[in-house]
Design a protein around this ligand. Structure first.
Ligand SMILES: *Cc1c(COP(=O)(O)O)cnc(C)c1O
Length: 416
């Protein structure tokens, strides 16, 4: 939708990526505003059958401009730190549509969240219940809470992004869910309003979502018997996208798979999608710097590296890499697309059939989620600039980091 070829040249909406790379230099993140909006609206429409609130998972892409585009469409936000809370507020997000996840909320984070009036804390332990109770008591408030339960279902995704198994650190284990709710009910400054589960990321089937939902609904029924009435269910995020040849459910298949159970339940539905909204709304542009063919492998050393995009190194993620312009000068060959960082794990893709000449621009597709947000300054590399395209316009939404800025918070010892 947002990224297509016009006369052989890859475009973001009406902007040529070749022009953008030349104008703003590389490595460069480019997002399509229309794609971001369309993804949000499609998901929203898929859940039309029930009272619901989409809370975009800020950790997948936290640029202020991205958050603002979604906030304007009515999106709420799923945050995991005080830093993300501050970002959402800076972007003009509505605090009353924020759910606060994460397993290590600090007292300062909780205080701020209560002061601005967020929708709900998703709580993951007894210790956290006590901490929220303490802060709420000090502020003389009732903190809205839900428990993040661990339904012990296999999300069938990469182990590093699977969160709903009993060996994972996340959520309240299913065997202690009821006692934890009953404990929460004894704390006077907590208002128990919901239940939450998030079983993993990049799920490509509906079955694990349905299984988790079944278990959570059983818990809700049992809680009723204990006198604990909930107002909402938060089904988490995790819907996958197509990076290679995956066939993840569409938004409507995802919604329809849960529709009968959710309609029967009749509670308000919160959801926390990240990747399914932002991944395919972005690309990472990079320039081929040097070619290093060897007898064993051909390496194309590019100006983006694992510090810009760590998914291939961290999760063994496969990301599509395309030439921005079709290169008709040379034959295509198998290339390993690697960065210039001193790590063997520093690659963007291996054994890709591409026709390459030094100076060519490449686009790493599906880079809008868990891309820039996971970037670092490793090897003293400044982080990339970010651009948002809106039709024929390209806006800089984050400046490229200058080298000097990398040490602006550092100090020499007093002796100089
Ligand atoms: C990461 C995360 C999400 C978003 O996951 P996606 O796979 O990007 O949709 C939602 N909720 C929680 C609690 C998370 O940790």
């Amino acid at each position: 939708m947002g990224f297509t070829r016009v006369d052989g040249v890859l475009h973001a909406e009406q902007c040529s990526l070749d022009d953008l790379a030349q104008k703003f230099s590389t490595p460069l993140y480019v997002y399509s505003k229309a794609t971001l909006q369309q993804n949000y609206l499609d998901l929203d429409q898929a859940f039309d059958f029930i009272d619901h609130q989409i809370c975009f998972a800020v950790k997948s892409n936290s640029n202020l401009a991205v958050l603002r585009v979604l906030a304007k469409l009515g999106s709420g936000f799923d945050i995991v730190t005080g830093g993300e809370l501050a970002r959402v507020l800076a972007a003009g997000g509505d605090p009353s549509k924020i759910v606060f996840s994460g397993l290590g909320k600090t007292e300062a984070d909780i205080t701020k969240a209560l002061e601005v009036g967020i929708a709900c804390f998703n709580v993951e332990s007894y210790a956290e219940l006590d901490r929220i109770e303490k802060v709420a008591a000090r502020l003389g408030q009732q903190a809205p809470i839900s428990l993040r339960v661990n339904p012990d279902v296999d999300a069938k995704t990469h182990p590093y992004i699977s969160t709903g198994l009993k060996e994972n650190k996340f959520g309240i284990p299913s065997d202690v869910v009821f006692e934890t709710y009953q404990y929460a009910a004894t704390l006077p400054h907590l208002d128990i309003i919901g239940i939450d589960c998030h079983i993993g990321s990049q799920l490509t089937e509906t079955q694990p979502f349905e299984d988790a939902l079944d278990r959570v609904i059983q818990m809700i029924e049992h809680l009723k018997g204990l006198g604990i009435q909930l107002k909402h269910i938060d089904i988490g995020g995790g819907l996958g996208v197509r990076y290679q040849d995956e066939t993840p459910p569409s938004f409507s298949e995802y919604a329809n798979s849960m529709r009968p159970a959710l309609e029967k339940l009749g509670l308000k539905v919160y959801m926390e999608p990240g990747r399914s909204i932002s991944a395919l709304a972005g690309v990472l542009l990079t320039q081929v710097d040097l070619l290093k063919p060897t007898n064993h492998r051909n390496f194309a050393i590019v100006d983006a590296a694992m510090n810009d995009m760590i998914r291939p190194s961290l999760y063994e993620a496969w990301m599509d890499i395309q030439s921005v312009n079709h290169n008709t000068q040379v034959e295509s060959k198998s290339w390993d697309i690697v960065g210039a960082i001193c790590e063997t794990g520093d690659f963007l893709g291996k054994q890709r059939e591409l026709a390459l000449t030094a100076g060519d621009y490449l686009a790493v597709m599906g880079a809008g989620a868990y891309g820039f947000v996971m970037s670092s300054n490793y090897n003293s590399r400044g982080r990339a600039a970010e651009i948002m395209v809106d039709g024929e316009q390209a806006h800089v939404i984050r400046e490229r980091e200058t080298i000097e800025s990398l040490w602006e918070n550092e100090h020499l010892l007093p002796e100089g």
